[in-house]
Design a protein around this ligand. Sequence first.
Ligand SMILES: Cc1ncc(C[n+]2csc(CCO)c2C)c(N)n1
Length: 229
Amino acid sequence: MEVIKTKKFTERLFENVQPIWEKNHNHPFVQELGQGILDEEKFIHYMKQDYVYLVDYSKLFATGVTKARDLDTMGKFAQILHETLHFEMELHRQFAAEFGISREELEETRPTPVNLAYTRYMLNVAQNGSLAEVVSCLLPCAWDYWEIGKLLRKQYGNLLAKNRYAKWIKTYDSETFGEGAKWLIGLMDELAEGKPERELAVLEEHFQMTSKYEYLFWDMNYYKQDWPI
Ligand SMILES: Cc1ncc(C[n+]2csc(CCO)c2C)c(N)n1
């Protein structure tokens, strides 16, 4: 008997998002970071903005804890929340210290319009949407950063010893983040199972939207965009 393999929902998401993710991977911010030639001021702008972004983003994992229906899922969201606050944000604190920026200054960063629009979009879904919607919103962040970590290591791994941003690449290419991203991908497939197309389309819209916000985030930092006043 012929076995028909149905495509996983995340395979569909991955295929359809390629034009956006390719733009992310080719963005000068990402490419120059990979080569270690990114302007220091642009990197500092990014570190500060990303720090306050992560304060809000980590709340989505906390929402995952409250919306989950079983202990395993709750525990895993709590673990990723912990890793974000104490592992990922530690990277930012270390870089900030290297660049002479205090922890207070990091925490007092005022989010730019793009940063604010991105986090408000996700927090709105966190407040009003299902767990599947929350996961579809936060997935591009975790997944595309893992893709970028792997890509930059492949493209510029031989230059890593001389790259002042090497720690960034090593963090996002790490087992910890790989595992987190893989778990979220698996959870997305589980949550999507049996859902009608009209609901899957909503999940895909969130996934595409936050992928586009990822692009805007790179761009905002590369051009150091901020409020006019
Ligand atoms: C704008 C922006 N997008 C994505 C990430 C990456 N990221 C955020 S939380 C997390 C852990 C999830 O497993 C990862 C990889 C970031 N730092 N900043």
